[in-house]
Design a protein around this ligand. Structure first.
Ligand code: AMP
Length: 174
């Protein structure tokens, strides 16, 4: 079994969570296993080690889990992309559409400068609403160079929703 097959084998499917009809990809089983956790971060590292990343921006909350060890390994800083009203200092925000209504993500206004090269991290790419908003948010103040996911659910149009010309990477695809 190669690394990607190993990671895939450690992700658990939970039917009908959080509501009927959704097949939830549970990453807690992949996080719990020391070997799987290590090879996951190593795989991300190998893909981005030569991209001169200045900061990882992790999307709350599962993007924090994978983003932080990757920042440590890439020897760069970490910036949290948070849900509204969580950050204490002045923020910039980006709205995006949900199935019903709108949501918003935020970073600190002084977190980044225009030339900073940023890699965005999240656990899963589905319809791409969150990811596209994160790329737009980072584009407002810095230079997004890539976005990395542990999992991509193909056929939901997520990849197509990200309009900026950046590297879109997912380790495991369904
Ligand atoms: P989306 O904006 O549709 O791409 O959804 C992305 C976010 O929703 C990710 O950050 C995931 O944490 C979560 N998500 C969406 N679909 C699933 C799923 N089938 N299993 C687990 N998490 C999901």
């Amino acid at each position: 079994m190669n690394n990607i097959e190993k990671i895939k084998s450690m992700i658990r499917d939970i039917p009908d969570f959080p509501k009927k009809g959704i097949l939830f990809k549970d990453i807690t089983t992949a996080l719990k296993d020391a070997d799987t956790l290590k090879i996951t971060i190593d795989e991300f590292y190998d893909i981005f080690k030569d991209e001169k990343i200045d900061y990882i921006a992790g999307i709350e909350s599962r993007g924090f889990i994978y983003g932080m060890p990757l920042a440590y390994k890439l020897n760069c800083g970490f910036i949290p992309i948070r849900k509204p009203n969580k950050l204490p200092a002045e923020v910039i925000s980006q709205e995006y559409e949900l199935e019903y209504g709108k949501d918003k993500i935020e970073i600190h206004k002084d977190a980044l400068k225009k030339d900073d090269r940023v890699l965005i991290v999240d656990d899963l790419l589905a319809t791409g609403g969150t990811a596209a908003a994160a790329v737009k948010l980072i584009s407002q103040v810095a230079t997004p160079v890539g976005i990395a996911f542990l999992i991509e659910l193909k056929g939901l149009g997520g990849r197509e929703k990200i309009k900026e010309d950046i590297k879109i990477v997912s380790l495991v695809k369904y």
